[in-house]
Ligand binder design. Sequence first.
Ligand code: CAA
Length: 427
Amino acid sequence: MYHKHIGEINMGTIYDGLEEIGPHFELSETHKMVRQSVREFAEKEIAPYVKEWDQAHEFHKPILKKMAEQGILGISLPVKYGGGGLDYISLAIACEELERIDTSMRVILSVHNGLCSSTIFQWGNKEQKEKYLPKLATGEVIGTFGLTEPAAGSDPAGIKSRCRKEGDEWVINGEKMWISYTNSSDVFLIFAYEEDVKHKGMRAFIVERAFGGVTTGNIEHKMGVRAGETGWIHLDEVRVPSENLLGEPEEGFKIAMSSLDWGRYTVGAGAVGGAKASLEAAVAYANERETFGKKIGQHQFIQGMIADMVADIEAAELLVWKAGWVKNQGKINTRETSLSKWYATNAAVRCADRAIQIHGAYGFCDDYPVARYYRNVRGATIYEGSNEIQKIIQARYALGYFKDKPLRCMPPKYDPEEWMNPDTDKY
Ligand code: CAA
């Protein structure tokens, strides 16, 4: 036992045991169970069919019901709201395991759990949470998020959608583009300007398709995520009851940005799974294919690529877990989430690229899954904030140009006892 003093810290008394020292890199038994159960689900319900869905550019909608039955669609919401009561690292593991099989399935969690449900959980009032979260958590309704527009992606403050107040209703007009799962969604978080005041003139709404005036469609001929939906939303005089304004009127832009802290987290976590899939495929091929009289895994150029993949994956996963750890504390996590998304999605592209190289000509066709992995992971360096935007975010923090401000509604801290308690009134 040490009895050395460093400042005020008495090293001899502060730790009861190694457990307390942390940070901890071992997943808990619950996390391991989540990994096992989502993996078994994805390998049974998605893996055997996904090549066919990808080639047909088809979203197999019944998978939503199966994911709901498995508890995946509400995994990190409190039991009180119909969720699984698990923490945000469990959400990351679920994303990772889904994307290990196909990115399209992880994207469901990004928009439904991440951008939509978690944002309502963070910013919604009691009535909004009670009305929408149980239906979202159980998959009775599917949710997505509409910020991006044909002429505003990296700069969401430049959106053109407009809203106006008429009596007890808001009326919204606008176009949203590059939005995942629009055709399958019933609930949309929509952002529109009431006043031409940058940021503060933007409002956030919970819009139901049933309100009328909402039309959706799919974007065809995508490079990847072909087994999923990517689409557009047209809002034509959509009448939204005033109780569906999310947050205070002037908080619209902040709500949009904080939603991305949820979405980007799931994208980064998924990318780890995509990278792992590439490594698994590369290792299997390197141990099977022979050139110059030996397995290609015994050639040093191949070993170098495998080793680079291992390093990329481990670093990406640690960044995601760190972001999840900050989220579990209920702290603002924009910097950590953005960093993990940036690093992990680039890592996934590098890993898929190396996996193709290791497969040689076979990597260039659909006989092996690595071409699909590459097509799938490439998009995540663009969506939910291009990786150039993530670099800007990192540089702004490092240079002191941007500082976090406390939010009226902070990201909900994970509290296992309260989240498992169906009668809690804490959330
Ligand atoms: N959480 C809460 N508030 C935040 C925030 C965050 N993460 N980030 C910024 N804010 C606040 C700021 O504190 C500031 O508040 P004050 O007015 O009180 O000072 C306000 O928001 C404005 O902040 P900025 O000046 O930083 O805003 P900006 O206009 O310069 O934008 C940006 C900064 C980082 C470039 C941002 O525009 C950005 O992230 N761009 C990328 C957008 C993106 O990721 N789009 C993809 C959407 S995904 C989609 O729609 C498709 C789908 O299917 C999911």
